[in-house]
Design a protein around this ligand. Structure first.
Ligand SMILES: [Zn+2]
Length: 262
């Protein structure tokens, strides 16, 4: 049986749940940086305070049916809601068809959803909340220790956690010494520590390489679109790219640096 069919057989509950999980992730992404409680979902229009009905709260379709505007006051609905909901669906589908054996698609999907929320928050707030990064460390170690045929052993995952944190912390320390200001946050170090727990120390170099290349590409595209020169001091939500790198290495394994392919 083709790997992706098997993946769909295991992963269909994740696909079915994805739009609702996405709706929750969007709420998390909006509320966590403001320190607001997560238990209650989106309940009122932030512009006019009208209570939202079932149609408004329908993942993806709510935004389409309301044409992107509040039904009462016509204020635009933040497009981050449908984007994160669509992203959660894409993560579930990608995890299902990536050809991972056994229960791995489920574990990968859960990680992918957390990475999606982190990327969304870092993109908007330049922030990677501990509430999201730190639990990914024991989760990765658990996957390494308990999941059958998981490609990373528990010791490799533990070494990866420490090495991931040390690598970014070291770069940040060096940057501070050389430039006299903070360039890389501890949030990035905690996220790479979590990445190390999931991909092992063997996958860390791949995560860093993919993140760095994607970050440089994004900075170039942004500079070109704005018609400016590339500014090395410009702030970059590096967590977005770390999340992408982690995701790709979890799905496809470390990059073979001789062929530069997975
Ligand atoms: Zn409104």
């Amino acid at each position: 049986m083709a790997g992706w069919i098997a993946g769909l057989k295991t992963g269909w509950p994740m696909l079915a749940a994805a739009p609702f999980v996405g709706s929750f992730l969007a709420t998390v992404a909006f509320r966590l940086p403001r320190g607001e409680p997560l238990a209650l979902g989106r309940s009122r229009c932030p512009a006019c305070g009208t209570a939202l009905g079932p149609v408004d709260l329908l993942p993806l379709f709510g935004w389409v049916l309301r044409r992107g505007h509040c039904n009462s006051c016509r204020a635009p609905i933040d497009p981050a809601y449908p984007l994160i909901e669509a992203g959660a669906l894409a993560v579930a589908a990608w995890a299902a068809v990536a050809g991972l054996p056994g229960w791995q698609p489920i574990a990968a999907c859960a990680l992918g959803w957390a990475l999606l929320a982190l990327a969304a928050i870092d993109h908007r707030h330049y922030l990677l909340p501990d509430t999201l990064t730190l639990p990914l460390i024991p989760a990765g170690l658990l996957a390494a220790g308990a999941m059958p045929v998981w490609p990373v052993g528990l010791v490799d995952a533990a070494v990866g956690t420490v090495a991931g944190f040390a690598a970014i912390w070291g770069v940040g320390w060096l940057y501070r010494r050389l430039r006299g200001r903070d360039g890389i946050g501890l949030g990035d170090a905690k996220l790479l520590a979590a990445a190390g727990a999931w991909v092992g120390w063997q996958g860390l170099a791949s995560v860093v390489m993919i993140s760095a290349l994607a970050g440089i590409a994004a900075a170039l595209v942004t500079a070109i679109r704005r018609g400016q020169r590339l500014d090395p001091a410009a702030r970059l939500p590096f967590g977005v790219f770390l999340a992408l790198g982690t995701w790709l290495v979890v799905l496809y394994g470390p990059v073979d640096f001789r062929t530069m392919a997975f």
